[in-house]
Write a protein that binds this ligand. Structure first.
Ligand code: NAD
Ligand code: UGA
Length: 456
């Protein structure tokens, strides 16, 4: 099939890789090149073991790679050759200077804009794929269009809503695709060009177009709303524990109200992931910047409750385990921030392990996919943490097991066998409410779940 459009994506990470693989898979007349400064990452994308674990991704890449999907480190060449350039680089929280700890660190972003300008000898459509502070497109345009080559660049905002672990499913059938553009003739024409790409497989009514600033702000708002639901139910989980209510029952019935909806009401040890905290703090910083301290404080409280919820886990352990866990082996089941991913960024398990170490316990970490990343995250305390591939061995001789990630395989373990090998009384702390608490109690475990008080 002849190629109609050439796309280059800068950044071959959790978003750039899967998103571009799906575009290539669904659009045989589009040639997609994904570039990155990280040679090892690009080598992995070109090899048999892809750099990220994502259900269904291997198959998509196998279909498109070498046909109309390419991975390369020739960033300049790929930018020059493209009609549309997506920018999907990381936008972490700033760690220095003004806004440290809250604002987005846009240095990678600005470098990318300058590099695009340097290598281009014709104007292009530039697409913000990364999650960015509202009005970033204005800064990008000023850099790009301040050239003395007479080139015009049109910047679009096309935020990504995929969730890790379900990325391929989300990309194949998105609830919506959002494209923001200037409402000018050239802005709308660029927008239509991108709409045509997605329209290869997304129904037109699910491709929503807005002005640029609405699009940028929608992405931050969507993540803030999702995280807010988790913090809301987690705050109620604490009250359930004090009152004898059951948070899963409360969430189920609350979620049956069609105005509220059932999703994202699963109480947990806290949300993790590279984006919720980063994006909410960024939103909060923007509110402060625009003179809205009350709004900033409102959103920041979502992050504060989340951290409090995670710290509650080791407090509960202390309370149940006779106020001391010093010297006790504790099996930590799961280090990924959620199931079906090897990603550990901002994982609540990291905080739990550090809280355990503060109490001088002996954490043993096990995870079906995330041990390599866990070792990286815990590099500063490696001598005090044990890593164990085999979950049964991790639990052997432990005083307690704490479930930090909702991997299905943990619910399917032979818990009788685990109980037999543990110190007694054997404790289970289910930070995800995925285990059959009644069955575990029958085996002889002392069980503590999130948001489940004593019913009598
Ligand atoms: P990531 O860290 O996995 O990937 C970013 C990649 O960009 C890295 O491989 C890095 O080497 C590369 N990079 C950085 N600077 C570069 C440069 N100048 N030139 C070329 N490559 C460069 O990050 P991610 O998880 O893919 O997130 C990217 C953006 O997408 C972020 O803004 C994030 O908020 C947003 N987002 C992420 C998710 C998610 O599920 N991870 C979902 C939606 C949106
Ligand atoms: C989230 C959003 O769901 C995506 O729409 C968004 O694109 C993405 O952030 C992003 O911008 O990066 P992700 O972080 O990959 O996706 O995963 P989620 O499924 O949202 O889970 C986030 C965290 O919340 C996980 O730790 C998960 O275990 C936790 N969670 C989720 C709960 O504790 N309870 C729930 O009911 C749902």
């Amino acid at each position: 099939m002849s190629i109609k459009t050439k796309i280059t994506c800068i950044g071959a990470g959790y978003v750039g890789g899967p998103t571009m693989a799906v575009i290539a898979d669904k659009c045989e007349d589009v040639r997609v090149t994904v570039v990155d400064i990280n040679q090892a990452r690009i080598d992995a994308w070109n090899g048999d073991a892809l750099p990220i674990f994502e259900p269904g991704l291997d198959e998509v890449v196998a279909r498109a790679r070498g046909r109309n999907l390419f991975f390369s480190t020739d960033i300049a060449g790929a930018i020059k050759d493209a009609d549309i350039v997506f920018v999907s680089v990381n936008t972490p929280t700033k760690t220095f200077g003004h806004g440290a700890g809250k604002a987005s660190d846009l240095q990678y972003w600005e470098k990318t804009a300058r590099q695009i300008l340097e290598v281009c000898d014709e104007g292009k459509i530039i697409v913000e794929k990364s999650t960015l502070p509202v009005r970033t497109a204005a800064a990008m345009e000023r850099i790009l269009n301040s050239n003395d080559k007479g080139l015009h660049f049109e910047v679009l905002s096309n935020p990504e809503f995929l969730a890790e672990g379900t990325a391929i499913r989300d990309l194949f059938a998105p609830d919506r695709v959002l494209i923001g553009s200037h409402q000018t003739e050239s802005g709308l024409a660029a927008c239509e060009k991108l709409v045509e790409v997605y329209a290869h497989w997304v129904p037109r009514e699910n491709i929503l177009t807005t002005n640029l600033w609405s699009s940028e702000l929608t992405k931050l708002t969507a993540n803030a709303f999702l995280a807010q639901r988790i913090s809301s139910i987690n705050s109620i989980s604490a009250l359930c524990e004090r009152t004898g209510a059951d948070v899963d029952e409360v969430a189920h019935v609350v979620g049956r109200d069609s105005r509220i909806g059932a999703k994202f009401l699963k109480a947990s040890i806290g949300f993790g992931g590279s984006c919720f905290k980063k994006d909410i703090l960024n939103l909060s910083y923007l509110c402060e910047y625009y003179g809205l301290p009350e709004v900033a404080a409102y959103w920041e409280s979502v992050v504060k409750i989340n951290e409090w919820q995670t710290h509650r886990m080791v407090s509960t352990m202390l309370e149940r385990m006779f106020n001391t866990i010093a010297g006790k082996r504790i099996a930590v089941l799961g280090f990924a921030f959620k199931a079906n991913t090897g990603d550990t960024r901002e994982s609540p398990a990291n905080l739990v392990v550090r809280d355990l170490l503060n109490e001088r316990a002996l954490p043993v970490v096990t995870d079906p996919k995330a041990i390599p990343d866990a070792k990286r995250d815990l590099a500063d305390v490696l001598d005090r943490v044990v890593f164990e591939e085999d979950v049964y061995k991790a639990c052997e001789g432990a005083h307690a097991v704490v479930v930090c990630t909702e991997w299905k395989c943990f619910a399917e373990l032979d818990w009788k066998k685990i109980h037999a090998g543990m110190e007694k009384p054997a404790f289970v702390f289910d930070g995800r409410n995925i285990l059959d608490a009644a069955a575990l109690a029958k085996i002889g475990f002392e069980v503590a779940c999130i948001g489940k008080g004593k019913a009598d």
